[in-house]
Write a protein that binds this ligand. Structure first.
Ligand code: FHN
Length: 435
């Protein structure tokens, strides 16, 4: 090949590469993200025709449920007791500030009457627009409404993978057409339901590239510059950097590490499965409350998941547990909402959150009659008391501060002792673990 042609080819590939690697420059405004991180607690709802089988949404297709059988469940899907106002009220009573509905999960079924896919709610006996009903109920009750939209879609002919358990079923597909479909659906969802946040998922399969993620993020921002987007559009899911796509980290089924620099949100199930499962093992009220406290103490939000039953209601035992969380937050909410995590990382006995000149010491269980806090540089405790209760004795010692625990801890689930300081607690650097 002649020299000029080689140079041209080389230049072309450089330009192509630079475009591809270009980081996403349009970002969600910091103020919007900071506001999101003050909310601390949201409801995740995994729901769809699969609920008729009580198996896992998406993943039970071609596993516990044969593909044709799964893909035709929508013809029986008729959750007549689905009541968006009641579901939003259950979230509100739990003390939750935002709600995320799986408008479209990996099985490709749309819970809204999309103009871009026939595989949607209007084709079911139920017919009604479930996304619109939840959006309206959320607006009425002051709940921030958010939408989950899958990246991968095993039902879509343009997406190359149709069965994650059997690659022989893979097809050529057409990812350009697939992305066009996704953009059409996202524009439809954003302009019809005005979500506060878009929760993506399913970025891990080969056909999807980080560049695809960047392209969709830019598209979303061209439709609504303020909508928050999680970090599951791109391929980088463990940290936020110039290659990652999205605004915050999303550890799953675990409480994230104490992190003051990157916004994060743990998504965790109240039972084991994301979609409803008969007699699924449910967390105790104490586990639920301590999970929320440890998440906030790590400086993160908790997105707590429920799966409505085939008739559309959330199980009474789950609603009851959520109500108990709400009652706890009614008493101790100031130690969770709009606080910062740290400066000490959570452990099995206690965790801390902070706001202004207050540190909230969360005591999970009474091991001994005192807690010894590590030394906090330049900090003097000026007052200590059980939140909403009696004074607590404390004294400095060589290693830090000794906090005398009350004879009996007033709350069976999680207790809060307020430590008033001589300075702004939010300025205290994070104490390295084990100090
Ligand atoms: O595959 C999904 C799963 O079904 C569920 O939606 C969770 C929720 O975060 N995310 C994926 C697994 O990582």
């Amino acid at each position: 090949m002649k020299k000029p042609a080689i140079i041209l080819l080389y230049l072309f590939s450089i330009i192509k590469l630079s475009f591809a690697q270009q980081a996403v420059t349009v970002k969600t405004p910091k103020a919007v993200l900071d506001d999101f991180m003050t909310k601390r607690f949201g409801m995740f709802i995994h729901f769809g025709p699969v609920t008729l089988r009580g198996t896992e949404i998406g993943w039970s297709r071609n596993k516990e449920v044969a593909q044709d059988d799964y893909d035709n469940l929508y013809m029986e899907f008729n959750p007549v007791l689905f009541n968006a106002d009641a579901i939003v009220k259950a979230a509100k009573d739990a003390g939750m500030k935002y709600l995320v509905i799986t408008a479209k999960h990996h099985d490709g079924f749309a819970l809204w009457p999309s103009a871009f896919t026939d595989y949607n709610i209007s084709k079911t006996p139920y017919k009604r627009d479930m996304v619109a009903e939840l959006a309206t109920a959320s607006k009425k009750q002051g709940m921030f409404f958010c939408i989950y939209h899958t990246v991968l879609d095993w039902h879509d002919p343009n997406y190359p993978i149709h069965n994650p358990y059997d690659s022989t079923k893979n097809v050529k597909g057409d990812m350009v057409a697939f992305k066009t479909q996704m953009k059409n659906e996202l524009k439809e969802l954003i302009t019809k339901y005005h979500p506060y946040l878009l929760w993506f998922d399913g970025y891990w399969e080969k056909p999807w590239t980080n560049t695809d993620g960047q392209e969709i993020y830019k598209f979303i921002k061209s439709v609504d510059p303020n909508v928050i987007v999680n970090n599951r559009l791109g391929k980088e899911s463990e940290k936020l950097n110039d290659q990652s796509v999205g605004d915050y980290l999303t550890p799953e089924q675990r409480i994230g590490q104490l992190n003051m620099n990157e916004p994060w949100e743990s998504c965790i199930t109240i039972c084991q499965q994301w979609a409803w499962k008969p007699n699924d093992k449910m967390k105790t009220v104490q586990e639920c409350i301590q999970t929320l406290v440890k998440t906030a103490a790590g400086n993160g939000n908790l997105l707590f998941n429920v799966g409505p039953m085939p008739d559309g209601r959330i199980e009474a035992r789950q609603v009851e547990t959520l109500q108990q969380m709400g009652l706890w937050l009614k008493k101790y909410g100031e130690s969770i909402y709009d606080t910062k995590g740290g400066p000490i990382a959570p452990n099995d006995n206690y965790a801390v959150t902070r706001k202004g000149n207050k540190i909230y010491l969360h005591v999970f269980q009474k091991k001994g009659d005192k807690i010894v806090l590590p030394n906090l540089p330049g900090v003097n405790i000026t007052n200590a008391y059980v939140l909403g209760g009696t004074k607590v004795n404390y004294k400095p010692d060589a290693t830090g501060y000794i906090i005398d625990l009350p004879q009996t801890l007033p709350d069976a689930n999680s207790n809060v002792i307020v430590l008033e300081l001589n300075k702004n607690a939010e300025e205290i650097p994070v104490i390295a673990a084990g100090k």
